[in-house]
Unconditional design. Structure first.
Length: 276
């Protein structure tokens, strides 16, 4: 039995021992709901409500590891037991069995979406990518066997960089084919876009009431805000109602002052941003 670790995964490779592999595989089927697998490989993903089962399963792996290795490593043993938050992969490897090689092309579309060309309908790889980039939008196109990743946060670039540096995925040797220069450019652009998005969201949260008064949205530019402002002050100017309906004069005057104040508050922030 061979044990290896990565920041996200505990990988267990069992050579020429079908009974041990099937014992572990059956234990997974009985105790874990978030799993994928095929004849010679099973992957278990983390679920918060399955921590008890995972602790038991890690103890089982550790027990088998010690029994199969006369001169086992105590550090490895402790790392197995401390892998509660890792994805667990169990692989059965027969003698002289060559490990599958994956060649995945990656390209960036419009400096935003990341497209992986996986070559065929590899359901295990697709599931792995969906779980690896959890909380991200992932789309698979059966027609050309591509997986498209849409960025979610600054963590997207970090996860992507870590993935591209991996040499093994789901028990297969993997080679990512991509332009390093394009990836570094994308990484910088993505960081700037997300930083600006957070800034806009924070600004909108602070000035949300004033944006609503002017019928504006967080991403509206100053020209749009000013256009809405001019339309509203024209509509609610007290002079437009004073002669036709004096009873509404007080309401229009208050509304007019509110619109002016909202515009001035937003204008101050745009002037500050321009001078920064």
């Amino acid at each position: 039995m061979q044990i290896s670790f990565s920041p996200e995964m505990l990988a267990v490779t069992i050579e020429d021992d079908a009974s041990t592999f099937y014992h572990l595989q059956n234990t997974i089927v009985k105790n874990f709901s978030k799993r994928i697998g095929r004849k010679n490989k099973t992957i278990v993903f983390k679920r918060e409500d399955e921590d008890v089962q995972r602790r038991y399963f890690l103890k089982l792996i550790n027990k088998i590891y010690k029994s199969k290795n006369e001169f086992f490593c105590e550090i490895t043993s402790k790392k197995i037991q401390n892998s509660l938050d890792k994805t667990i992969k169990i692989t059965h490897l027969k003698s002289n069995q060559l490990q599958t090689q994956l060649k995945i092309s990656m390209k960036i579309e419009d400096n935003y979406a990341v497209v992986f060309d996986i070559g065929n309908a590899n359901s295990v790889l697709i599931s792995y990518l969906r779980n690896y980039f959890k909380n991200h939008l992932i789309k698979y196109k059966l027609k050309n066997h591509t997986v498209t990743l849409y960025p979610q946060s600054n963590n997207t670039a970090k996860l992507l960089e870590k993935l591209l540096n991996q040499k093994e995925i789901i028990g297969c040797y993997v080679e990512f084919v991509y332009s390093i220069e394009d990836f570094l450019t994308y990484k910088n652009i993505l960081t700037k876009k997300l930083r600006r998005k957070r800034s806009i969201n924070a600004l909108f949260s602070l000035l949300e009431e004033y944006y609503e008064i002017l019928d504006c949205k967080a991403h509206d530019n100053f020209e749009t805000i000013r256009k809405n402002y001019l339309t509203l002050v024209k509509q609610y100017h007290p002079d437009t109602i004073s002669h036709t309906n004096p009873s509404l004069l007080s309401h229009y005057s208050e509304k007019f002052r509110t619109i002016q104040y909202a515009y001035e508050m937003i204008k101050v922030h745009f002037e500050h941003e321009k001078s920064a």
